[in-house]
Design a protein around this ligand. Sequence first.
Ligand code: ADP
Ligand code: MG
Length: 678
Amino acid sequence: MTALRELLKSRFGFTDFRPSQEQVCEAVASGRDALLVMPTGAGKSLCYQLPGLARGGTTLVISPLLALIDDQVAKLKALGFRAEQIHSGRTREDSRKACVLYLQGELDFLFIAPERLGVRGFPEMLERRRPGLIAIDEAHCISEWGHDFRPDYRRLGERLRGLRPTPVIAMTATATPVVQEDIVQQLGMAGAERFIQGFRRTNIAIRVHEVPPSGRAHACRTVLKDTGRCPAIVYAPTRKAAEEVAAELKSVFRAEAYHAGMTPAAREDVQTRFLSGKLDVIVATVAFGMGIDKADVRTVVHAGLSGSVEGYYQEIGRAGRDGKPSVAILLYSYADQRTHDFFFNRDYPEVETLQKIYKSAGEAPLPPLPKEALREKAGKLDPETFEKALEKLWIHGGVRVDPEENVARGDPSWRRAYERQRKHRERSLQDMMGFARATDCRMLLFLRHFGDHGDKQGPCGSCDACGGTADQTRTLNEKERGIASLLLAACDDDGLSAGRLFERIVADEKGTSRREFEAVLEVLTRAKLLSVRTESFEKGSETISYRKVALTSQGARAKGSDLEALRVSASPWAEGEGEGRSSRKRKNRQASKKRASAAPDIAESLPPVSAGRLERLRSWRLQKARSQGVPAFRIFGDRVLFALIEHRPASLEELLEIHGLGPKLREKYGPEILEILR
Ligand code: ADP
Ligand code: MG
């Protein structure tokens, strides 16, 4: 095996293996299948590149992101290797040349996107000269649990069959044991050697604080004021939250927001200033902050609960890339769970809803049903829920949908797959809440979560749990207990609005602040003595939403001693802030609610000019769907379609205001859409 070391030095110019690379390289070079789970930056690429060279022949690399492929090919070429790529971003001529080089045995590495294996004749071409090694990057995409669901990745196992017994190495930075098992199953490599390692970060101290949403901006300001806490990244759950936190921080720091609601030029400017040290803090939404690569980030603050422990781990991985001591601070409260639950229910409709659609879809030899007819037949589901459910059903193969959105029944196996995915998502949220609430060493929790069992070192010694400061809670004080009793007495199982409830409490217990009221309400909700639901009603053209508080059966039985056992956060920022802020937030929320509910039957109420525009936009969407061979809703859904017609954005900036129209879509089609709306 000195041969590998030799290659490491002569071809890659590295003096030594990093811990854990050598073992993987040996296993793969000797022809064994491998599953490699190591965090970002740990050096996974070498683990296929080196054994690939040692084995000889071409290493076939399957990678989902075109930008990543181009980057890797450039790096390998710079090292003097013969590397090529074939993907949709290249000309036919370039791809043809790459195939010829491959067949002549002139390539060390051939990079492809997974979709390429679905192109007729391509796998057969590869079979004419089998690769020496197959490397699959970002392998978590294969798993049906992954939310980055890519149907082409799912079919990899079956499509690669013709190339076996060439060994396969599957790599990812983020896979729990369940996902690891799924990858191995899907790829048909049950005998693969598993390397799950390197998840301990020794220079990040993790702190978790329970802080209500209204107090988070202030908490960010407080934690970042300590010396040596900047540069810092703050992750905010929404664009609005990012703006609010940035506004608060600006009074003390050079801080800017960074999210999808900004133009690419504005984002670029913020990023450049941050990278060059001209900004102290960048307040990003998770979707956007992941591209920020700066070695000396000292603090990562989460102003809200992440959706999964894997996601959270990746996000705090932005801290301390330079190896120097850094801090990760998570601010969360029970309110985050409600927010996540709301999105979960919106994005993962009930299995029974999908079942209704599945049953109503025409079965061959009947002709497929138009989408609207299907919605009627399935019991007039609300259009937004219907579209979401239809998309999920399509992803899992339960229906076939053509670009015109005619729907035919598909394969009944969708049910199991969807149920599993939905459960997995639900459990991810629970795990994250569990992580926040836990009082064990945070680093050990991570290791356990990923299944990094080789790491036998003990607790990290630097997180809040190790320092004995986790679980900062206290029992209710006398006033709070009084408010709690009043709350339980004022509610019944029908429920009433939080605003009305507050008025009643103030009438009885003079001097109760909104903050005290909210804190006690949260405690009682968490203890399941009260329940809180978001409800809405129409007032004129506006949708007003409010929280409805009801007594649970447990709450109806509660006694004074139950209240004595309740605990609230004793974190220094648990208090939250004044009320001006939260009422502003409420207004914003209403505004976006209103926007979201752009009525689907708007077409009827629009003047004829707009109807023409609607039709033009619709047929443009259809044409895009046809050229990509996907249902129209995959370009964008009806909700976005109607919002575009109603608000008629006139510039790229205004396009950002359309909810559900992400930056990718805007950059790709923005100008075309604006042209149609003109
Ligand atoms: P991953 O894919 O795990 O995120 P990469 O393979 O991109 O990580 O590697 C991250 C960085 O580490 C790269 O710049 C790479 O050149 C470097 N690297 C990898 N292995 C070694 C090594 N043995 N010695 C020094 N640097 C290494
Ligand atoms: Mg990588």
